[in-house]
Design a protein around this ligand. Structure first.
Ligand SMILES: [Zn+2]
Length: 554
């Protein structure tokens, strides 16, 4: 008994009278009584001990091993003795155990709520059933709905971003306290009026961080005219990178020159002579041709078979005449149309050897060239291909080094073999290099950039102006902005001038982003969490439930 008493909720007024196990319903039933003899009236708080009546409450509690735990509790109704109080009779209150009229204990509800918070309705119900809580999805969601949102005073720094309920159709707005990185609210749409109303209801915000959208700009100007708007730096850099890509797209031949020069530089800079083992494109082209011609042959054969069938030829005669088997005759004859050329398998062109090539080349260049010896070293690393595959690759290496295909003893020093390293230099890649922080650029990338600016004076100017802009953003040099804008306006690069015009339109917010440290980074992170929650909750992710799961569970 004393041990069982310990299993009860941690309150002082419960006494365990008896217990029983009901095998048929799988319930462990505990009979309890309340020991409270003097209680306060819930309305006037005056203490009373005059009992009106006794009655029984049945409460579900946490499951106990394989049994559902059911508490049957004797409680009292009391008279309020205060003449001034309008309540005459009241039920005994059970603080920290269960609210009046509840059918579940407080600790039971807390656990169900935690499950609902972290898993949502459907998944939560599945886990709940497994653990013996036996609540359905709707019950879980209703527990969430009843949950009160934590009170948070008016934050002084707030980030705003949109998110999709359904991509391309419905959007909502997420509002985050940027000082604590905690979400404050979710709005049902991304209209200016909605945000503006929310801002008016929460006066006193000092800083508002946002993306470059005009809608939020308008909402913030209306709803919180005093607040300083800060354009998100990440979005500014992203905008610049798009502009760069567009401009660089019209300098493709220059980029090609850069690529060639760099390739040459890499090869000649190597202290030892290096060759590249290139894949053999001819083999795949030949294979494609083969597949196509096979297909043509089959289609022709099928046509013949159908014609002969129409002229009442017997299958075995057709087979004999065309020199094919009877099964083929039947298969082709009964099929309406032969399938077209099968699609390439997704792993086309990728070898089981690919992940090990780098290591393999190291051994190769060290002079280990016997296929069997290489195989012995590859196996422990997890290579699952055949020796034949390895031999085919080795043949390519030998070809690249100018060796005869069969193994002969070679005494002269050989050029090193390398994997093809440099990806093609596309406008996107070039734009990425420009935007990359200088300290994150690798040596090769620095050289690429240097080569690029040499190709054309426009390219040099483009990189120069972009660098200057990124500097202002990264080192918060708002005072240089006007000068930069003037320079861009004098330049001949049109997309960059359009970009500058956009900045002039949003001048204050962009300037603020070069002065203050606030950014929408934390908002983007929460946006990802929101996406996860939304997917978990399928169609039932209404704003209300989403808000609760996002705000309370973090
Ligand atoms: Zn009272």
């Amino acid at each position: 008994m004393r041990l069982l008493q310990r299993f009860l909720p941690n309150v002082s007024f419960l006494h365990l009278d008896s217990y029983e196990i009901d095998e048929s319903s799988g319930c462990f039933v505990m009979h309890l009584s309340s020991t409270q003899s003097i209680v306060p009236c819930p309305i006037c708080n005056q203490l009373t001990q005059r009992v009106h009546s006794r009655y029984e409450r049945t409460l579900a509690d946490l499951p106990c091993t394989d049994f559902k735990l059911v508490l049957i509790l004797q409680v009292c109704k009391f008279f309020c003795l205060n003449d001034e109080c309008y309540r005459r009779i009241f039920t005994e209150r059970l603080p920290h155990f269960a609210p009046p009229w509840a059918r579940k204990t407080e600790r039971f509800v807390n656990q169900i709520r935690s499950i609902a918070l972290s898993l949502g309705g459907a998944a939560g119900a599945r886990l709940g059933n497994l653990l013996g809580y036996g609540s359905c999805g709707s019950t879980l969601l209703s527990h969430l709905q009843r949950l009160a949102l934590p009170e948070s005073g008016t934050p002084s720094v707030v980030g705003v971003d949109d998110f999709a309920f359904r991509k391309g159709h419905e959007y909502g707005t997420i509002i985050v306290n940027l000082e604590t990185h905690r979400p404050i609210a979710i709005l049902a749409d991304r209209k200016a009026e909605t945000l503006s109303e929310w801002l008016q209801a929460h006066p006193g915000i000092e800083f508002l961080s946002r993306d470059r959208s005009n809608i939020y700009k308008k909402a913030m100007t209306q709803g919180a005219p005093e607040a300083i708007q800060v354009a998100d730096r990440f979005h500014l850099v992203q905008n610049l990178s798009e502009v760069l890509e567009r401009v660089l797209g019209s300098y493709r031949s220059e980029l090609k020159q850069v690529e060639k020069a760099q390739q040459k530089a890499v090869l000649s800079a190597a202290t030892e002579k290096t060759v590249i083992a290139k894949p053999k494109p001819t083999a795949t082209q030949r294979a494609e041709r083969q597949i196509l011609s096979n297909q043509k042959r089959r289609i022709k054969q099928q046509r013949l078979i159908k014609e002969m069938q129409a002229q009442q030829w017997r299958p075995c005669d057709i087979a004999k005449k065309l020199g094919i088997s009877r099964t083929t005759v039947e298969r082709y004859g009964s099929a309406a149309n032969l399938p077209t050329v099968p699609a390439r398998r997704p792993t086309f062109g990728r070898s089981l050897l690919t992940p090990y090539k780098q290591q393999l080349l190291e051994w190769w260049n060290e002079g280990i060239r016997r296929p069997n010896a290489l195989m012995e070293r590859l196996r422990p690393l997890g290579y699952e291909g055949t020796l034949r595959t390895l031999q085919r690759y080795i043949r390519r290496l030998r070809y690249a080094q100018g060796l005869p295909p069969v193994r002969v003893r070679v005494d002269k020093p050989l050029p090193k073999v390398n994997l093809p390293k440099l990806p093609p230099f596309t406008p996107r890649q070039a734009a990425y290099l420009v935007v990359l922080k200088p300290e994150n650029r690798q040596e090769q990338e620095v050289e690429l950039l240097a080569l690029m600016v040499k190709q054309h004076p426009d390219l040099a100017m483009l990189v120069d102006l972009s660098d200057a802009f990124l500097q202002m953003i990264r080192h918060r040099q708002s005072s240089l902005l006007d000068n930069w804008l003037a320079k861009v306006n004098k330049s001949s690069i049109n997309p960059l001038r359009t970009f500058a015009k956009g900045i002039v339109d949003d001048y204050e917010a962009v300037k603020a982003s070069m002065r203050y440290d606030w950014s929408n980074g934390p908002v983007e992170g929460l946006n990802n969490k929101l996406k996860m929650l939304k997917r978990q909750m399928y169609g039932r992710a209404g704003v209300d439930l989403l808000t609760k799961r996002l705000i309370v569970s973090i």
